[in-house]
Design a protein around this ligand. Sequence first.
Ligand code: FAD
Length: 500
Amino acid sequence: MAKSIIIIGAGMGGMAAGIYGQMNGYETQIFEMHTKPGGQCTSWKRKGYTFDPCIHHFFGCKPGSSVNQMWHELGALPLELVNIEECTAVASPDGKMFVDYYDLERLKNTLLKLSPADSKMIEQYIEAIKAFANNKIDDAISSGSFWKMIPIFFSMPSIRKWIKMNMRAFAERFSDPFLRKAFAQLVYSNPDGPLFFHFMRHVGGMNGDIRWPVGGAAEFAKSIERRYLALGGKVYYRSRVEKILVENDKAVGIRLADGSEHRADIIISNADGRKTIFNMLDGKYINETVRGYCAPLSDETPFAVNVCLGINRDLSGEPSSLVLLLDQPVTIANLKHENIEAQLYGFDKTMAPMGKGTIKVELPARYSYWKQLYNDDRERYKQEKQKAAEQVIEILESHFRGIKNQVEVIDVYTLMTWERYMGGTQGWFNLPNRKLDFSMSMKEDLSDKKFKTTLPGLSNFYFVGIWATAMGSLAHNANSGKTIIRRICKKDGKGFEAQT
Ligand SMILES: Cc1cc2nc3c(=O)[nH]c(=O)nc-3n(C[C@H](O)[C@H](O)[C@H](O)COP(=O)(O)OP(=O)(O)OC[C@H]3O[C@@H](n4cnc5c(N)ncnc54)[C@H](O)[C@@H]3O)c2cc1C
C-alpha cells in the first residue's frame, strides 16, 4: 500500500513536496489555512488592478538549468514571461536619473553621460559584470548551486576583489555624488546588500534567466497547484493545523482548528518553524541548536509596510523598479527613510486596466511598532496605514507630477496582514535565526547536519520551505520540497522520479 503524507501549508515547499510525492507513489494531502495556494507567493485584485507583494526577480527562466527543469516539473513553466530591461533605476530630487540597464553598452553610455569623470570606475563596473557573466559562473548561477559558485568566484582574479564587498563600499569608489548615492541603493535599497548579489542579478537579466511571469505571483502559484491536482493530490483550504499528533515520538497525524483529526505515515510542515515547534509540537522536540534558530529576529524588518496603488496613468514607459532619493529624510511608520523604492508594473499589461498602472512601494518598519498598534488600538493601526499611504503618494508626486489626482485604489498591508493570512511569527519574516547556509544548493541532497529539516527525537517528520532553507527564494523553497521527497524515497529504498 502507498505510504501517506500530510503536508501543512501550500507554499512553494509544501506544493513541491506534494507534487514530487505524487510522482513517486505517495498519497499526499495538503492542509492550508488560507483560501488559496502560494503562501508568500501571492497576489490579489482590487478593481481591476493586481497587487503583488512577492515577485521582484524570478530566477530559473533560462532553459537548460536545473531550476528551469524544476519549474517545468512543477508545472510553473511554461508560462508567458516578460523581459525586463533594467535591474533598478534611481532618481534624485533634482531630476537626475540612473537606469541600471542589463544591456552593457546602454549601461556604459548612461553612466558616462552622468559622470565622465568616473570613466575608469565605470569601465571596472562593466568589466566586473562581464567577468560574472563568464560562462562558468553563468552555469553555476543557473544551476542554483552556491557550492559551485563560491570556488569559481574565488578562483578568478578579476572578480575575487568584489566578492566580499557590499553596495555601500562599492558606491564609495565613484566620485560623482549622485552615483555614490545611487549605487548604494541597487540591492533592494539596502546599502549593506552584497555586491555579488547585484552582479548575479545582472547576469540573470542579461542571459534571460530572470524574467517576469505574466499575471504575477498568484497566477504562478495557481499553475503549480493545477499540476498538483492533476497528479491526484488533494488540497484543503481554510484548514488551519493546530497540533501535530505524536505517538511514541513518531508524528502520526494532525488536528485542525475545527477539531478534526487526520492521520498519515509522514508529516511535513511548510508552516512557520517557531509555530510548528512550540505550538503544534508543544516545544517537546528541541535542543540548543533548534532553540537558537527560534531566537527572535531583528525588529527592523524589510518589506514590512507596503503601499499598493492603482493609478489612472500609463506606466509602460517607466522602469520596473525606481528608487526615489529624498531631499530630506521622512519618517514613515515610525522609521526614518532617506529614499523610497517603488515597483512599477507597466511591463505587464495584465496588472492594470488598459492604459492604467499599478505601483507598489515597500518600506522597512519595526515589527514591534505594528504589532503593538494592531493588538492595542485597531483604529490607530488603520490610521497609520492611511497616513503611510498619504506620505508615499506625496513623495511619488514629486517625481510623477499629477499622480496624486490619478490614484484610484489604495491598498496598504503590513506584517500583521501576513500574519493573519499565513500564521507566521513575524509577518512574512519567518526565517530561522541562523546564518545563511550555503547548503541549500539545487542539486545536492545534503545531510540533515546542514539541511535542517528534522527535529531532534521526532521521527516521520520533516520541514520544507523557508525554515529549512533560510532563503527568501521561490526556487530554493520549492527545491526543499523536492529534496525531502528524494530523501524519503531513499529511506524507503526506492529510486526518485521526476517528470515534466
Ligand atoms: C516581499 C517579498 C518579496 C519576495 N521576492 C522574491 C523574489 O523576487 N524572488 C524570489 O525568488 N523570491 C521572493 N520572495 C521569497 C519567496 O516568495 C519565498 O521564499 C517563498 O515563497 C516561501 O516559500 P515557503 O515554501 O517557505 O512557503 P511559505 O510561502 O512560507 O508558505 C507557507 C504556507 O503555510 C501555510 N500555513 C502556515 N501555518 C499553517 C497552519 N497552521 N495550518 C495550515 N497552513 C499553514 C501558510 O498559509 C502558507 O500558505 C519574496 C518574499 C517576500 C515576502
